[in-house]
Design a protein around this ligand. Sequence first.
Ligand code: FAD
Length: 413
Amino acid sequence: MFDFTMSDSQIKLRDEAREFTKWVPRELILAMDAEEIHFPHEYLKECGRRNLLGIRIPAKYGGRGLGWVEDGIVAEEIGVASYSLACLWGVGADIVCEAIVKYGSEELCQEIVVPLLKGDVYAAECLTEPRGGSDFFGATTRARKDGSDWIISGQKRFIVGAEGADWFMIYAVTDPEAPPHKRMTCFMVPKTKGVETKYLYGLMGVRGGGAGRLILDEVRVPERYALNGLNRGFEVFMTNMIPERLGTAAMTIGSVRPALEIATRYTSRRKAFGTEIMNFQAVGFKVADSAMKMDAMRSMAYTTALAIDSGKTDAGRNRRMVSQTKKFITEGAWEVVNNCMQVMGGIGYTNVFPIERILRDIRLSMIWVGSNEIMQHIIQTEWYKESLNSKDDVRDVEMDAIAAFEPDEKIYE
Ligand SMILES: Cc1cc2nc3c(=O)[nH]c(=O)nc-3n(C[C@H](O)[C@H](O)[C@H](O)COP(=O)(O)OP(=O)(O)OC[C@H]3O[C@@H](n4cnc5c(N)ncnc54)[C@H](O)[C@@H]3O)c2cc1C
């Protein structure tokens, strides 16, 4: 967020998040990247202790009860230390808790949300399956009724935090005959008999965050673990798009920010041909373009957050705004980190500076929580709906052309 638009309480919150980010031990970041650690329990514990988990979750469950803007402010700062840590921060406390508070019972809030926001337990979000992630309705994980319980079988993959999770938010087909959006139920599944996780991916980045495969073999759960009742998982999925995409956008800004800071410092000190390399336009302009992009990215993230906080935009417009924000920012961040690496020359490609880790880490942002191709698809769908149905009383500029009244030339078929 821009400091000049923040209230005093937002600045205080940002500074709390900054203090926490400064606390994160460098050894933890390096050990996670080296995969010597598979799940950073102590990180979430400390985050919970500082009341920095669940920024939008009501205070009665241990959150802060604030809005999307505040959530973005914290997400941005959280992203600074490590993208892998930020993913864990977002998935459990932001995404899964949002769904439980909105669609779960009071009992489930007490059972899961309260300990999760203290950092005592973690919950993973599990949509993607081996046979497809983009196609949500293609899920093959099944749940069948047995008495008053449900028995779930199937597999999920690429699940952030699977390795350390105590709970799994699982979408399973409960009515295979129903139309796609009435076919699935979202269950909260504890780590119980029949739940197995495998830490098996050689990831390019976001390492040490427990991303794994999840195998569900005849897992018995009571019906009260279904969020939003039976066959209504689609609504949960739609709701979660907002924290998934807005959160990813904000934390990606935070993660790439240090790359620009490092590159700016480096190019102001490093000399070639007798002058600091920032004086070469090919270098200075890349840094300048990156600074411009960062401000544009931030403007977009917080405008979208403000829109959702305002309650004045409808669901379709929110979907478009979060999807375009996620796409624009993750692609902008990729350009920024590449610029930063480029202006640092060979040293930028080494692990003397963390630019290479940041680059590896944030590459995920264009793929996860819905790939950017899927974002494009949503933007296209919602834009056409919104634009063609618009009732705005505005000037019709189409007629401001010399030959505008030549109907024989306006052929559409
Ligand atoms: C490190 C990591 C962590 C992750 N964490 C989680 C997690 O915690 N929980 C979770 O559920 N998932 C998670 N994912 C999964 C991620 O969200 C999916 O990988 C992603 O949604 C894409 O799904 P897919 O891999 O099955 O690719 P596919 O769906 O097979 O897509 C392959 C390619 O085809 C394109 N494509 C597919 N359909 C269309 C279409 N209709 N139009 C245009 N292009 C299309 C995609 O954009 C992509 O480029 C994670 C992934 C990684 C790598």
